[in-house]
Design a protein. Structure first.
Length: 252
């Protein structure tokens, strides 16, 4: 994405998402204002049902809001066609879903190569790139396995490899380690941390407070809005102290 370095990667203005009609109408997002700069690693926390997945799906252009604005790299993307959304996703956004979402009838390498189809890369090149990234995830020997033959940790690593194969600058992850043991979680967090250090923007939903230590900013949501927004000071080489830089709203 080409943009002025002061332009936020993401800017949401009074974003609203409603579900249901009449008596069953409710707000999954109830006026979200948010700016995220390039290179931030944002962790989003909050109780089940507070709107985290809804927010991530809208950020990933998989869903649309009812009201408000979404500026991606300074451009309003809300009104673009679904086809344009798919192109933007394939070029710039990597999405790691909570429930893996591998295509069951495709083997591992084909699943990982899938996001490259939109980019007009040749079939051979696609498989080469997929193979390369699978190697970096220590999954080379699983290339021709079917999704059902993998363990939970392997499945999620394949899903992450797939999200990263098109070298997205914006990575969205919905509880990427939610179904994994601590060793597998650590491998995945190291990978996300690495991507962050290389200048990519990461937005990760998590239930695990320990994982917020990887983030540069922690947002908590409640009932469809942002309740707290805290910048984290990353430990420098000569210091191991981690403390908030500022708190947007008082936390108890
Ligand atoms: P979280 O990810 O924080 O657990 P969600 O974003 O999944 O929360 O859901 C936020 C709210 O929106 C919840 O009340 C949920 O029931 C509702 N919701 C989410 N998706 C739908 C849908 N497709 N239809 C109706 N209600 C939905
Ligand atoms: Mg969710």
């Amino acid at each position: 994405m080409v943009s002025n370095k002061n332009t936020p990667v993401i800017e949401l203005r009074n974003l609203t998402k409603r579900y249901g009609l009449g008596a069953s109408e409710h707000y999954a997002l109830n006026g979200v204002d948010l700016k995220i700069k390039k290179g931030e690693f944002v962790a989003i926390m909050g109780p089940s049902g507070c709107g985290k997945t809804t927010l991530l799906n809208i950020l990933g252009l998989l869903d649309r809001s009812n009201d408000g604005e979404y500026l991606l790299d300074g451009k309003n993307v809300e009104r673009l066609s679904s086809h344009r959304h798919a192109i933007i996703r394939s070029k710039h956004i990597g999405i790691i879903f909570q429930n893996f979402n591998l295509v069951p009838r495709l083997n591992v390498i084909e699943n990982v190569a899938l996001p490259l189809t939109y980019k007009g890369v040749s079939h051979t090149k696609r498989l080469e790139k997929a193979s390369e990234i699978l190697k970096s995830f220590h999954l080379s020997e699983r290339e021709y396995y079917m999704p059902w033959q993998l363990s939970g940790g392997q499945t999620q690593r394949v899903a992450i490899a797939r999200a990263l194969v098109n070298e997205p600058s914006l990575i969205l992850a919905d509880e990427p380690t939610g179904n994994l043991d601590s060793k597998a979680s650590h491998i995945i967090m190291r990978e996300l941390s690495d991507l962050h250090k290389r200048g990519n923007t990461i937005i990760m939903v998590t239930h695990n407070p320990d994982l917020t230590s990887y983030a540069s900013r922690v947002i908590t949501m409640l009932d469809g809005h942002i309740a707290t927004d805290t910048a984290m000071r990353k430990p420098k080489k000569d210091s191991s102290i981690k403390r908030p830089l500022h708190t947007a709203k008082e936390e108890k």
